[in-house]
Design a binder for this molecule. Sequence first.
Ligand code: F6P
Length: 507
Amino acid sequence: KDSDRGDRASRSSCNSKATMIVVSNRLPFILKRDENGVLQRKASAGGLVTAVAPVVIRGQGNWVGWPGIHLEDPNEKIPESDPNDKTPTAGLRSEKIVPIRAEPKLFDSYYNGCCNGTFWPLFHSMPDRATFIADHWKAYIKINEEFAEKTVHALHLLNKQKKDKNGSPPIVWVHDYHLMLAANWIRQRAEEDEIKCKLAFFLHIPFPPWDIFRLFPWSDEVLQGILGCDMVGFHIEDYCLNFIDCCQRNLGCRVDRKNLLVELGDRTICVRPLPIGVPYERFVQLAQNAKPVFSTSQKVILGVDRLDYTKGLVHRLKAFERLLEKHPEHIEKVVLLQISVPSRTDVKEYQDLKEEMDQLVGRINGRFTTPNWSPIRYIYGCVGQDELAAFYRDAAVALVTPLRDGMNLVAKEFVACQINKPPGVLIVSPFAGAGEMMHEALICNPYELDDAAEVIHRALIMPEDERTVRMNHLRRREQLNDVDSWMKAFLKAMDSLEEEADDLGAT
Ligand code: F6P
């Protein structure tokens, strides 16, 4: 099994002229008001945006999404980017942006209620944390309809502008668990209006096994929504197979597990593993230019995560505590630097986790701190890209130990920044998509605290040549499978859709 198994389609060619409408919960920037109430764009530095925005710009497509604030005036225009903005979205002109302007209470029920209160925990196989509330589901339907409506309007405009009426149809690419219903409505409306388009969906989080998925009372509707697409992408094959299983068992679809196909009515839907990567060279450059940030001779064990219960942060701190108990030789020799980025702070589960982490950090530091040393440095906040690259570069060990994670890009960013010789060691959970493919990392089950402590110990004492061999392999794979090659693999998979649809073989 290798990361390259997503490469049914070769990553070497790319239909770069494709016209693409991206539909995602968030726009590739957020809007903020300055002190005079004037709207400003605040660009996103994310890897996905880096790869996708240039394709949207080149094909003069659109981006449909939520701007991060409630826009009361329906006529208020989205500003152009700042002339000094050098980020990939700078060329995305305001007329190409389609903002979602939803009533705040409705949006809250959709985003905090259904997306983050229901689908997030359920899809991460944590059903006890999920709430099933009919009003949240109704809000989810309404907001998905709004996204679909706006997308169809954009398709109409593109269709009018299109000079070559026989050229390839635009690609509509719907992203993530926020928008699992939108594609089907876009398809229906586009068919009624006789507008051609190819529809794709990509899920950035795990797709759970059927036994978990079916707990959701309206699970059939979710599958039908996603199956409105021609192609459905997931990070890894396991999630593809879970999805196919659900289509068969919930909806009675005919499926082909070998070729990853699902039949619904007279349509065949291709399901594809497309493991996402990071902008590898950008991280290398950042690491080359970043100033040192650690003023310590102690080895740094690094954790970087959104403060989210799926990331296994409580387990991680307890495993580190266990390390200090079992291997006191590390006392005053190592420091755990945990960066926890505030996230979804309106949701109670996230507020509770913040409390728990604050208490745990205090307790462990209280227990082990000496006059010259504290075991944990805890940052609750954001760090800039330069500083982050320096952390990644200079850390001895990175702990990427989620309880469940669709992919986890921290693991990949860390190895890209590991330019020092000899390098550090990556520890990764088998329950992250990244753990499926980064074989040369040390694998650690975050639930098994004693073993996790032993894995950290092993990383800390690993000989230099073993570290070098492991890291060289990891770096080579991530360089090859960076975010641009993910983008190309997606476009290639869209290009070859027709051939694949003819393949539906034995069930
Ligand atoms: O990983 C899923 C995801 O929705 C990402 O797309 C996003 O960057 C992250 O979680 C943070 O989520 P939110 O948009 O809710 O802040």
